[in-house]
Ligand binder design. Structure first.
Ligand code: 3H9
Length: 702
């Protein structure tokens, strides 16, 4: 006899004494309120049905639930909450079998852990990534996993947030069986066997194999407690505390402890910012050009310029399976570029990241040449030559002459005017900016820069290609520096003003590291090479307003030939043995500049350094929104998080401004307006939002 329940999200069917409960909530079967209610009701129904001898819980579509529905976080949660559903499943008097496929993550994995037996389809990945969202497993994961695996593997799962393979999960005891083919069929067969053999339920709460070695358990706890102390997200320490309680407390008390810890983390600023970052990344991929777009075919890619950027871009394309034609002006430069790519693959092979056959196959897809005519049959060229307008124009003229009609011409410029460049060739509609970040095969961000004439299909193709390259694409309009470098320039200027007014480079760097950046702005300059921003300042010198405050310290350092790390000297002296130390001669240059301008140096607190830098970034972001260069505030956040080291747990500069309060940010900007009116003048967007009781996050819809 077979019947199907009313709920669409959770279906119930009985077959040969087995209740088959299927979750059906595309795309990832997130465990929202209705799914939880449906699951709870279905399990209860199976309990009450005397014809049912065993229960299978599985999921339709691409995956077993990938977690709680994160959209419900930060709001009051409807009952039954996840741990209630898990408790009901675990308390079942009939054996419950989880049939798992896809990515069983977070609450999804916790549902499986509450079942009595777990069968995973080959290829399944299982994990507890809650920490990446600033929370902890709140459906009993912190109590059930250690009971099976001990504290070490449990904490590794929860503290790294990285999913493991079904094989690894089986080795840890978290999975009982791997199904090579159809997991639902395998689970059904197991359920029938269990009924036939009268197999008893096996509640995870009663398992203790992971608790057998208290000394090892507490060693692992202490190890991870020390790690947690270095993490900026409070959930890290809470996870360790919860896992420790699995050993110390009865199960129900451990669950209560976990719940309290979860409830404390969930509304916190870090968790709020991390959730924002999660959705911001996905939202950035939604751009107006996608509607009704016909994607252009991209099968073969050309990369012009075999320097660091070009080689990195080529690797990215080769990794994604594309044949790549790499072009350089002369054979020597080409050989260097090809060698760079080969070294990258040799290193990946040596480190075991890829096998030799994969490395060889990727190299085999690479064709190096100095002959532009070889680009006649490619579908897309990414130009990554020297950042000089005339050089780029020359390359574009050559590309225009050889490329087939309908092929895409992408430029990897970081600052130059794409409209002006496009206007120099016969097909401006095929021109787009792909702004990669160095090292291009590692950094996730890709700014897709849309010119006035760029065909929407070319933009849409850029977004589709970014996905294949495993990049995080963000749409940007044409502006000097697009989104990322415009905000960076404001950040650096705010820092430079402080440098001249009394702070030191090391002090500013330390303050921004304390905020959460991996390195401070002057460390970044030393790493990237001071000559790059110097060239830009020289380029802009002719159009600079003479009344603007100009800090010449960077120029004076460059005039000494101190271009940073590569020159052994920049803001820091890069000593091989002792690491970087502050460059005393730079401090002399700064002191001389202060004296020349008649500035009496003053103290800056860490908080003031941070708030000046953050306010400047948010203000520049607001200007980019006004100018239409950025589509939405969260896109700016994505750019800064993925391309510029902005701490993810602060959510990006626009989210951080929301959290600090827009009124307070605007007042801070106004207070400083007397110092440098143009730079510090608050964007009118602040006033507009504040007077309507809105925040940047209210502009993120769509
Ligand atoms: C948790 O479980 C807490 C519990 O312990 C305790 C609770 C009390 N919720 O990424 P994609 C959406 S915390 C809501 O593009 P993919 C996503 O926004 C949770 N929505 O696909 C997107 O929507 P749209 C622990 C979610 O194939 C669509 O699904 N779990 C959720 O590249 C497709 O997503 C996690 O942290 C969610 N949980 O990757 C897992 N997940 O189309 C988070 C996805 O409107 N999720 N969406 O833009 C992931 O890591 C990836 O989505 C996954 C698929 C690997 C599953």
């Amino acid at each position: 006899m077979s019947e199907t329940a009313k709920s669409d999200l959770v279906t119930f069917e009985t077959r040969e004494g087995v209740a088959v409960i299927m979750i059906n909530n595309p795309p990832v079967n997130a465990l929202g309120a209705d799914v939880r209610a449906g699951l709870h009701a279905a399990v209860k129904r199976a309990q009450d049905d005397t014809a049912v001898g065993a229960i299978v819980i599985g999921a339709e579509g691409r995956s077993f639930p990938a977690g709680a529905d994160v959209r419900e976080f930060g709001k009051p949660r409807a009952t039954p909450i996840l741990s209630q559903v898990c408790d009901l499943i675990e308390a079942s008097q009939k054996p419950v079998i989880a049939a798992i496929h896809g990515t069983a993550l977070g609450g999804g994995f916790e549902i499986a852990l509450a079942c009595h037996y777990r069968i995973a389809q080959q290829g399944t990945r299982l994990g507890l990534p809650e920490i990446t969202l600033g929370v902890l497993p709140g459906g009993g994961g912190t109590q059930r996993v250690p009971r099976i695996t001990g504290a070490g593997p449990a904490l590794e799962l929860m503290m790294t947030g990285k999913p493991v393979t079904a094989e690894r999960a089986q080795a840890l005891g978290l999975i009982d069986q791997i199904a090579e083919r159809n997991v639902d069929k395998a689970a059904f067969a197991t359920a029938r066997n269990m009924i036939a053999q009268g197999t008893a339920p096996r509640p995870t709460r009663d398992r203790a194999e992971g608790l057998g070695d208290p000394a090892a358990f507490s060693d692992a706890v202490e190890h991870w407690r020390a790690q947690a102390a270095k993490r900026p997200v409070p959930a890290a320490a809470k996870i360790v505390d919860c896992v420790e309680r699995a050993m110390l407390l009865p199960f129900d008390n451990g669950i209560a402890f976990e719940r309290a810890a979860f409830d404390e983390c969930e509304p916190g600023p870090e968790a709020t910012a991390l959730r924002h970052a999660f959705f911001a990344e996905r939202r950035a991929a939604k751009v107006p050009e996608l509607a009704g777009a016909t994607l252009r075919e991209v099968h073969k890619i050309g990369v012009v310029g075999a320097g660091t950027m070009g080689a990195g871009i080529a690797i990215s394309c080769l990794d994604a399976g594309f044949p790549v034609t790499l072009i350089e002006r002369d054979q020597e430069g080409l050989d260097r570029g090809v060698a760079r790519i080969k070294t990258n693959y040799d290193r990946s092979i040596a480190k075991g990241r890829i096998d030799t056959a994969t490395g060889d196959a990727r190299m085999a897809r690479l064709t190096g040449t100095t002959d532009m005519a070889q680009l006649a049959d490619v579908d897309l060229v990414i130009e990554a030559v020297f950042e000089d307008e005339q050089v780029k124009r020359d390359v574009f003229a050559q590309l225009d002459a050889v490329m087939r009609p309908g092929a895409i011409l992408a430029t990897n410029t970081s600052y130059l005017d794409i409209n002006a460049l496009a206007a120099t060739i016969s097909r401006p509609e095929d021109v787009v900016g792909y702004h990669f970040f160095s090292p291009a095969h590692i950094m996730k961000l890709l700014e897709v820069v849309v010119g006035d004439k760029t065909d929407p299909n070319v933009v849409a193709t850029g977004f589709a290609l970014a996905k294949k390259l495993r990049k995080v694409p963000v749409r940007a309009g044409v502006a000097d520096g697009f989104i990322g470098n415009r905000v960076l320039a404001a950040y650096r200027l705010a820092a430079d003003f402080m440098l001249e007014d009394g702070a030191s480079p090391a002090q500013i760097d330390a303050a921004m590291r304390a905020y959460g950046f991996p390195v401070g702005p002057y460390q970044v300059l030393d790493m990237a090479g001071l000559d790059i921003s110097w060239a830009r300042r020289k380029r802009l010198a002719a159009t600079r307003d003479p009344n603007e405050r100009y800090v010449a310290i960077g120029d004076l350092i460059c005039e000494q030939g101190w271009f940073g790390q590569k020159a052994g000297r920049g803001y820091y002296v890069h000593d091989q043995d002792n690491g970087p130390i502050e460059n005393p001669e730079v401090l002399d240059i700064i002191a001389a500049e202060r004296a020349r301008k008649g500035i009496t140096p003053r103290m800056f607190s860490r908080e003031e350094i941070q708030s000046r830098c953050l306010d400047a970034m948010a203000n520049e972001g607001a200007r980019l929104l006004e100018e239409g260069v950025a589509l939405r505030p969260s896109d700016i956040d994505v750019v800064k998080i993925f391309g510029y080291g902005f701490p993810r747990h602060k959510g990006g500069p626009m989210m951080a401004a929301d959290q600090r309060g827009l009124l307070s940010v605007m007042n801070g900007l106004k207070e400083r307006s007397a110092e440098e009116p143009r730079f510090w003048a608050p964007s009118p967007l602040f006033n507009e939002l504040i007077k309507n009781g809105r925040r940047f996050s209210d502009m993120n819809n769509g």
